[in-house]
Design a protein around this ligand. Structure first.
Ligand SMILES: Nc1nc2c(ncn2[C@@H]2O[C@H](COP(=O)(O)OP(=O)(O)OP(=O)(O)O)[C@@H](O)[C@H]2O)c(=O)[nH]1
Ligand SMILES: [Mg+2]
Ligand SMILES: [Zn+2]
Length: 360
């Protein structure tokens, strides 16, 4: 059967078809950004499918009336949109990403790990307990901002604390631009409080340490207890790394939700603009330093040190900024070195495909 995909195209590309409310592809997160990369004919030949999970030897893809496993595609990750070639699945085209979340993988090999593609909102989850850590929240936020993804801070286990205000004040002080939501992840609260971001056609992801309630939140949005959750350790409030795969789930609202495994470590790489956006006040001072390569340590004419002396920058915040900048520079330099080496050996640089053009 030949399907009519033109209803998924932006209005100017449609061939006189009327709109339908939340067509299946829209519920999977299909947006004009993807439609504009293709044509009605191409869509008819190679239907769009979304990667909802990456298995060791296969990709689980879902589309309009499609739900199957296909062979792996190089560099494709969960959240990617693929134009599925049914005769030769390996030649299927991965559409250009609207956003990509990536980190430097833990361990010594410094590989880039793709976490998810085409996420609109990153719910950065922590709890009203020992997990709460401003520096860690800032890392996730910088990562999201760098990828042009809206970060939202979610603090779970509001039902278990008697002293929410201190945590809330700290979370709100991170940035005026970022919303902080406090809730009990179980029950109806997530659905009500996260509705603003979970609209039809949107894709949201839960990120954060193990045990903060990412799967509990996903279950709350799905409306059942599909995903396994597990109590945290009582002594240090650490989670037990219950979730081990990144999986996209459709929810009744017509939005896609990504549950992710708790990250032990989030190392930033190629995220300088995200760090700058989060610490824009410090960046603005740094731009006024006399020397372009000012390290803001002892240099004359350092606008950052002057601002610190005047009390315009908080010492702890400056320290966190320095640490992130240094780490990012180290990881990115390492990455650049590896890329160069790869090039010398004439290898394909697989990473190039993962970023939007013009972002290097
Ligand atoms: N009381 C209460 N318990 C919660 C809340 N959110 C999560 N929990 C509990 O915390 C434990 C850990 O929740 P999970 O949803 O498994 O945490 P996770 O972030 O998915 O953890 P990983 O899969 O290990 O990364 C479970 O026992 C949940 O029931 C909350 O808001 N209030
Ligand atoms: Mg989980
Ligand atoms: Zn300086």
């Amino acid at each position: 059967m030949t399907r009519d995909y033109s209803k998924f195209l932006p209005p100017e590309m449609r061939r006189g078809h009327s709109d339908q409310n939340d067509p299946p592809l829209k519920r999977l997160g299909w947006q004009p950004y993807f439609a504009q990369q293709t044509s009605v004919d191409e869509l008819a030949d190679t239907p769009p499918v979304r990667i909802v999970e990456v298995h060791r030897n296969a990709l689980h893809v879902i589309g309009d009336d499609i739900d199957e496993l296909i062979p792996p595609l190089s560099d494709a990750t969960v959240g990617d949109w693929v134009l599925l070639n049914r005769e030769q699945a390996q030649t299927s085209r991965v559409l250009e990403r609207k956003s990509i979340i990536q980190r430097r993988a833990p361990g010594s090999d410094r590989q880039i790990q793709l976490i998810a593609a085409n996420i609109d909102t990153a719910f950065i989850v922590s709890s009203f307990n020992q997990d709460f850590n401003v520096a860690r929240l800032e890392r996730y936020i910088a990562l999201a901002l760098d990828a042009d993804i809206t970060p939202v801070i979610i603090l779970t286990k509001a039902d278990l604390t008697d002293t929410p205000q201190d945590y809330l004040d700290q979370a709100r002080a991170i940035s005026d631009l970022i919303t902080v939501v406090a809730l009990d992840a179980r029950g109806d609260e997530p659905r009500e409080k996260l509705a603003e971001w979970c609209k039809p056609g949107q894709t949201v992801a839960f990120l954060g340490s193990s045990g903060v309630g990412k799967s509990t939140l996903t279950n709350a949005l799905i409306g059942n207890q599909l995903i396994e959750t597990q109590a945290i350790r009582e002594d240090d409030a650490k989670g037990r790394h219950t979730t081990s795969t990144r999986q996209l789930h459709g929810i009744p609202e017509g939005c896609m939700v990504l549950d992710t495994p708790g990250m032990r470590e989030l190392q930033l790489t190629d995220a300088i603009s995200g760090i700058g956006d989060l610490f824009s006040d410090i960046r603005d001072f740094a731009n006024q330093c006399r020397f372009r390569d000012c390290q803001h340590e002892t240099e004359p004419g350092c606008a950052v040190l002057s601002a610190l002396e005047r009390g315009d920058i908080d010492t702890a915040r400056l320290k966190r900024w320095r640490k992130l900048i240094a780490e990012e520079a180290f990881n990115s330099a390492n990455l650049a070195q590896r890329r160069k080496k790869d090039k010398e050996f004439g290898k394909m640089i697989r990473l190039n495909k993962t970023k939007k053009p013009g972002k290097y």
